[in-house]
Structures are given as C-alpha cells and as structure tokens.
Write a protein that binds this ligand. Structure first.
Ligand code: DC
Length: 225
C-alpha cells in the first residue's frame, strides 16, 4: 500500500490521539501528535520562568526547541532538548498555558515548518486542530473527528474520576465548551473542518469503529476509488 499522509483534526476529547495512535500502529506509520508539540513549547516557557504573554521570548523558545516524538512499548515519549517531558506536558499548569502559546503567530510559523518536514516522507498520521486546513492541505486523507460536548465531558469525567479526582460534570462541560469556542474563534489557524475532510462523529461510535472506518477510507484512497 502507498505511504499515505493522514490528517486528523477535531476538538479536544473526540478521541483523536487514541484513534491516531492505533491507526499508525496498524499501518506501521509514524504518529505525530501536534498538540504535544504545543504543550512542549508551553512547558519550556514555564520551565524557563518566562511569561506566556512575552511574545518575543515565546517565539524564541518555539524557534530553538528540539522536540522529539518517539514510540516506546506502544507509548509516545515526548522530549524537549533531550529531556523526557512525557508526563510534565500533561499537568494542569501546562494545559492552562498552552492555548496562550498556541495562538501566537510566530509559534505557529515555527511549528508549521517543523510539522511539514516531519510529513515529507509520507507514512504519517498527524493529529491536531489545523492539520488538514493549514499544515498538510494536500494530505491524502483528511478526517474531522468530533463528538458531542456531553459525550466528551463524560469521557473526561470518567478519566479524571478513575484517577481519584473529584470533578463537577457541569463545570467540565462548560470548560470543554469554552475550549471549543477559543479553538474555533482564534485568529490564527482556528479549528475548522477542511472542505475535503470526512466527518466522523464518535458520540455513538467506538474507538475501534472509528479506526475501522478510517482504514476503509485509506484502502479507498490507495486504490484511487
Ligand atoms: O490536543 P491537545 O489538548 O494536546 O492540544 C494542546 C493545545 O494545543 C490545545 O490548546 C490546542 C492546541 N493545538 C493547536 O492549536 N493546534 C494543533 N495543531 C494542535 C493543538
């Protein structure tokens, strides 16, 4: 089968990273989690004691950081300048800081160059918010993965309560709705479905179901159907 370039976009909690990871394993492709790249920049900004509002300093971090994304025992390892930050980029402090960093034009420019370079050889599944629209507009297959806000909140609630956190479901729903609004309404690379993307709604579809549907679309693309 041809080494395809697959772009998966969608809001937080739709199942993008899980679907993209399983898909890349099935196809023996490279998985590129662009959200982790923005998180790595936000982490480095905080680590250096910089303010997310200092756009020159943030730009300099984005232009000079060496982000590594590798797979180890089915798990993605993220490094920044050689340091393992896999766990560190998932803390609430980084999650709060990352939208401020990801909305800066200089940061997006630096990541665009980097992400295009990573996809040059093909055989990649890249997920994010602007992959099909900005980063890889000529991708072989574009997917827009979504789910209702209530379902995404339910998944997040289960994840958090399983870890022992006490969370208010209504507040979680409001937080997700606010995050969607910020992602969709920002000036730079907003979250929108590309005109040629296939919409997959996972509200009532399992992860496996979504993966199977994408594999079917890959076979179609490969045979030129
Ligand atoms: O998918 P995630 O939660 O790990 O993404 C982290 C942040 O980065 C989130 O605020 C959305 C943003 N992001 C983006 O602006 N563009 C991308 N291609 C990927 C993520």
């Amino acid at each position: 089968m041809k080494q395809l370039i697959i772009a998966i976009d969608g809001p937080a909690g739709a199942g993008k990273s899980t679907v993209a990871r399983i898909l890349s394993q099935r196809l023996c492709y490279t998985y590129i989690d662009t959200g982790a790249m923005y998180r790595a920049i936000a982490w480095q900004v905080l680590e250096n004691g910089l303010s997310v509002g200092d756009t020159d300093a943030v730009a300099s971090v984005a232009e000079n950081i060496a982000i590594g994304l590798t797979e180890q025992d089915g798990r993605q390892i993220v490094t920044a300048n050689g340091r393992d930050i896999t766990e560190a980029i998932r803390t609430p402090a980084v999650t709060r800081a990352v939208p401020h960093v990801a909305s800066q034009p200089a940061v997006r420019r630096a990541m665009l160059i980097c992400q295009r370079q990573m996809a040059l050889e093909g055989g990649v599944v890249m997920d994010g918010r602007d992959i099909g629209t900005h980063v890889l507009p000529t991708a072989d297959l574009k997917i827009f993965l979504t789910a209702s806000i209530a379902e995404r909140a339910r998944r997040r609630w289960s994840e958090l309560t399983a870890k022992g956190h006490i969370v208010d479901f209504t507040a979680l729903q409001e937080e997700i709705a606010a995050r969607d609004k910020a992602d969709c309404e920002r000036d730079v690379a907003p979250l929108i479905q590309a005109a040629d993307a296939v919409l997959i709604d996972t509200t009532e579809l399992s992860i496996e179901g979504a993966v199977e549907e994408i594999l079917r679309l890959c076979r179609e693309r490969d045979s030129g159907v």
